[in-house]
Design a protein around this ligand. Structure first.
Ligand SMILES: [Zn+2]
Length: 576
């Protein structure tokens, strides 16, 4: 005979079990121990290696942290506040510990920023069975237990006195332990600023508070104009045809997996055949899109850069606009992070009917059709920014079509821990192979239209990626401790013959500079140089191509006029 609910019997049995009673101080002590021991795996792994030579110091440090955590929980042990507060701490700790344990990610201020600006499609890659399993074990079950037990609270006045006593004693004891070995603790924390950021739940909570504060400050932000004196110079004026520079802002591509940068797998066959200029020693400004991208387009070099400065000052696209250059930003990623506000912006990810798009994401070839049309119709000097999806993880296998699935077996899931390192690297290398194709295709389109345009392309990735080296995956590590896998980025340029002639770029000269250190600091000034923009804001020393660009390029010796006299062939009308 059927009952009302398949769980009817069990619910009945469960309700018959007497709810255990527990004192509020004891519950705080137990939850503090749970947070410290069960949700801090990656913290303890790091701490063990940082305190390498002294196990006693590590134990003392752990005891001090326990007492401090207990002291934080004690003031929450008020009826009606206690259980929600404890469950909140458990949820925060358990969620952050998943990303720490599975990917070696630190949930710091920038990572909170990344999470806030991410798209549903990007976030959905993390909603996996492993995450669900982790949350059930480390968040749901302990939370249910906390919700279920009966908490004994003392009468208000007595409770206040007892809690104050526990709070004070715990805090003083924690302070005493720290003081007893202060030199060691101070040294370790100063040398390893990542350690406390990894500690749950305080690391992510402090990060969220810092992110909230900076966002609040931005409400009063007034953007200062930059480069309002910008004018187009003589070379571009006499170029004889529109000059078009395509900036490809790459995503998550690390230099060490580019064969152009010495990788032993051929991941750049098309760019190699094209004969591009490649810098093998380029570094990123940050380790996450939300930091690197604004920094790349900002006038500030990395050592002077801050998020606040970038947001309160106009950037490269505005200076180009002041000079009368038409600037468009096409985005196949999570947006321009405020860079392209006030200029022509088009998101590529909404092209639902395209075979290149599925589940809210598109392959990077989505740019090519529109680019072909745009180049066919361009009549003025222009810069087009293509913000790629590139190699963004963890779903590398969704960044390339079947034709580029050349390195196999490739990891076919977002749950990287289910794949071998070789499978992860294979999938990642396929994304680089595909980016190689997309970049070469952009160059070939500029070449296709070179009878009526002088085109060039510049490509830099925003940051690299960890593929399991030292147990670290993905990106976003604090810069000071970021591995080179996350900070060494590809930097590639290609110049059409008409561009080389009109703008006087000597690619043989550039090829000789390929091992010179370059970085995101160069992008701002290099693009101004590429468009011959004259402004006080331009710093020639940071223009990567300046030393190999002839100022007298427009002289007849260049010979491009012969090409220019060819009939104009437009491909199609219609621009974004
Ligand atoms: Zn990125």
């Amino acid at each position: 005979m059927s009952r009302g609910s398949p769980f009817g019997d069990r619910v009945l049995t469960f309700s018959r079990i007497r709810r255990p009673e527990i004192g509020s101080v004891v519950l705080s002590a137990l939850v503090a121990a749970y947070l410290l021991l069960a949700t801090n795996n990656s913290f303890w792994n790091r701490a063990a290696s940082y305190f390498d030579s002294s196990k006693a110091s590590l134990l003392l440090f752990g005891a001090a942290l326990y007492l401090a955590l207990f002291a934080i929980l004690i003031p929450m042990s008020i009826k009606y506040l206690m259980k929600p507060a404890l469950i909140f701490f458990i949820l925060v700790s358990a969620s952050a510990s998943y990303f720490g344990d599975a990917f070696g990610i630190i949930v710091d201020r920038d990572m909170i920023g990344n999470a806030v600006v991410t798209t549903p499609a990007e976030a959905s890659h993390f909603l996996t069975g492993s995450l669900a399993q982790h949350l059930v074990i480390y968040a749901l079950l302990p939370s249910l237990l906390v919700a279920w037990v009966k908490v004994r609270h003392r009468r208000f006045l007595l409770k206040f006195v007892v809690n104050l006593l526990f709070f004070t004693v715990a805090l003083f004891a924690a302070g005493g332990l720290i003081y007893s070995n202060f030199a060691t603790f101070a040294y370790v924390l100063r040398e390893h600023t990542d350690l406390m950021k990894r500690f749950n739940p305080t690391g992510p909570l402090v990060a969220a508070a810092r992110y909230g504060l900076s966002t609040y400050r931005e409400r009063n932000l007034v953007v200062q104009p930059l480069g309002t004196d910008a004018r187009q110079g003589g070379r571009i004026a006499q170029a004889g045809k529109p000059v078009v520079v395509v900036i490809v802002a790459g995503e998550t591509a690390r230099a060490m997996n580019f064969s152009l940068d010495g990788y032993d797998r051929e991941t750049n066959p098309e760019l190699k055949a094209l004969g591009v200029v490649n810098y093998s020693n380029a570094t990123s400004c940050g380790t996450a899109t939300a930091v690197s991208l604004p920094c790349m387009f900002s006038v500030y070099p990395r050592d002077e850069y801050s998020d606040w400065k970038a947001r309160s000052t106009e950037n490269l696209v505005h200076v180009l606009t002041h000079a009368g250059v038409s600037v468009s930003w096409w985005d196949n990623n999570t947006g321009s992070k405020g860079i392209a506000d006030l200029i022509s912006f088009a998101s590529m990810t909404k092209q639902k009917g395209s075979p290149l798009c599925s589940r809210g994401e598109c392959l990077d070839e989505i740019f090519l059709g529109e680019l072909d049309r745009k180049l066919g119709a361009t009549t003025g000097n222009s810069v087009i920014v293509l913000h790629q999806l590139g190699s963004h993880g963890p779903s590398y296998y969704r960044r390339y079509p079947e034709a580029f699935r050349r390195f196999t077996p490739d990891c076919r899931t977002a749950e990287l821990m289910r794949c071998t390192t070789a499978e992860i690297v294979n999938a990642y290398d396929n994304t680089i192979l595909y980016t190689d194709h997309v970049l070469a295709s952009v160059a070939k389109l500029l070449e296709k239209h070179q009878d009526r345009l002088a085109g060039a392309m510049i490509y830099m990735s925003d940051h690299g990626e960890s593929l399991g080296e030292n147990g670290i995956y993905l990106h976003g590590a604090p810069y000071a401790i970021a591995p080179k896998e996350q900070t060494r980025v590809p930097f590639i340029a290609w110049f059409s013959k008409p561009y080389q002639t009109a703008m006087g770029v000597d690619t043989d000269c550039l090829a000789k500079e390929k091992d010179q250190p370059r970085s995101h600091d160069n992008l701002f000034h290099t693009v101004l140089g590429m468009m011959d923009v004259q402004t006080k804001t331009y710093n020639r020393a940071l223009d990567a191509f300046a030393a190999c660009t002839r100022p007298d390029a427009q002289k007849p010796a260049s010979g491009f006029h012969a090409v220019d006299s060819q009939p104009v062939v437009g491909t199609a009308s219609g621009v974004l």
